[in-house]
Ligand binder design. Structure first.
Ligand SMILES: NC(=O)c1ccc[n+]([C@@H]2O[C@H](COP(=O)([O-])OP(=O)(O)OC[C@H]3O[C@@H](n4cnc5c(N)ncnc54)[C@H](OP(=O)(O)O)[C@@H]3O)[C@@H](O)[C@H]2O)c1
Length: 269
């Protein structure tokens, strides 16, 4: 991979196959992967082995910049996953010829190969430029979001176009200072939930789709168990006070250049 930040969030093919199969058996229905995670074949195997019907699963993946000008990128992605369609197809980064990548998404959407399309990491100038060029408005944007960084500015544009936010680093990438904020402990006591569950519930009440990462089975189970309580408006307002407008991950232009120059070593089988 071109950079450290990706390494720690990727699951190896064997881990991905197991996690996908077990998560689906446990009741999860959203699976989010990417060309760049180099585990799409394994994700496909996990889906098939889970016994859960394809149409019950919401499968999202992302084209990597090396694929933006490859006319077969979408078909090759579907082939690796072993599916006829995905539910959501993103372009992963505003790097390289990303407009060519976006045109591929629009075509995939029209051809029924993707049920919806999205942009990942396209905040600021990038979504502004895309707005002048899109033919089809994306339904999703995947960006960093958590109670310390709620994407206030970006959400004005999203609200205008009805674009759904999917939060990455929803738990602040596991940062203890976020998870241990007293407000989450207090609300956890009230609702008999863990602080992480309160944070994930906050995301859903903000209208965000959420993709927490975990290698711990108890956490994976907990992270699904957030649908049986509702934070009050006053509690949402208390959490809103934590917003510092500060992200954990800062991408540089040099990284975008690196992204454009790197091609994932896709699994052979
Ligand atoms: N589109 C992009 O460019 C992009 C960039 C970054 C990330 N992402 C996506 O975002 C997802 C989440 O990112 P992430 O995993 O780095 O950050 P995260 O979900 O914010 O945090 C994960 C951390 O939280 C801990 N955790 C998870 N559930 C917990 C619980 N119930 N209680 C206590 N701790 C808990 C995990 O530890 P344990 O393993 O011990 O549970 C891990 O240390 C990734 O799967 C990735 O697909 C996308």
């Amino acid at each position: 991979m071109p950079c450290g930040w990706h390494r720690h969030l990727m699951l190896s093919p064997a881990q991905a196959e197991n996690s996908v199969r077990e998560a689906l058996k446990m009741g999860y229905r959203l699976i989010d992967t990417a060309n760049a995670y180099v585990n799409e074949r394994a994700v496909g195997r996990g889906m098939r082995d889970s016994g859960v019907a394809r149409e019950e699963i919401f499968l999202s993946t992302k084209l990597w910049p090396s694929e933006y000008e490859n006319p077969n990128a979408v078909d090759e992605t579907l082939e690796r996953l072993g599916v006829d369609y995905v539910d959501l197809l993103y372009i992963h980064q505003p790097a390289g010829n990303w407009l060519a990548g976006y045109r591929q998404l629009e075509k995939a959407y029209k051809d029924g190969k993707s049920k919806s399309i999205g942009i990942s990491n396209f905040e600021g100038e990038y979504i502004a430029e895309l707005q002048t060029k899109w033919e089809i408005v994306p339904q999703f944007i995947q960006v960093e979001a958590h109670p310390y960084f709620t994407q206030k500015e970006l959400r004005k544009t999203l609200d205008k176009y009805g674009i759904r936010l999917m939060s990455w680093y929803p738990l602040g990438h596991g940062d203890r200072s976020l998870i241990e904020e007293p407000v989450f402990a207090a609300l956890g006591r009230k609702y008999e939930k863990t602080p992480a569950q309160v944070i994930l519930r906050w995301h859903t009440q903000m209208g965000f789709a959420v993709i927490p990462g975990s290698k711990n089975v108890d956490h994976i189970r907990d992270n699904l168990n957030i649908l049986d309580f509702t934070l009050t408006d006053d509690e949402m307002a208390r959490i809103a006070k934590l917003d510092k407008g500060e992200r954990y991950y800062h991408r540089t232009d040099a990284q975008l250049k690196q992204f454009a120059g790197w091609r994932p070593d896709f699994e052979k089988a």
